[in-house]
Design a protein. Structure first.
Length: 103
């Protein structure tokens, strides 16, 4: 993957889905945007919660074979690694913060 435009915080003008949790966010939401090439040119958006999760706890979300964050990585980690079904990324962040505080 090649990054065309580095990550930038933007106020969205239309609805966008967070690539990490797949939730849809309304226009006017502050999200991080990155433009990259991975088979094609892609613009991806991430919500503030997923950005914090990926920044703090990248080991849970990073695809080490390709050294990148795959689509829906937060959603998959919540359900597959931690069996955290039906909760929000905000709940998951709180859980991981508590888990790592005790170490």
């Amino acid at each position: 993957m090649d990054i065309i435009s580095p990550t930038k915080s933007v106020k969205t003008r239309k609805p966008h889905r967070c690539f990490a949790c797949n939730r849809e966010f309304k226009p006017g939401t502050i999200m991080d945007r990155q433009v990259n090439i991975y088979d094609d040119i892609n613009t991806v958006y991430s919500c503030s919660t997923c950005k914090e999760l990926m920044d703090k706890y990248s080991g849970y979300f990073l695809d080490e074979s390709e050294d990148m964050f795959p689509s829906c990585c937060v959603t998959e980690a919540m359900s597959e690694i931690f069996d955290f079904h039906g909760s929000t990324p905000e709940d998951f962040l709180k859980f991981l913060n508590e888990k790592h505080k005790s170490k």
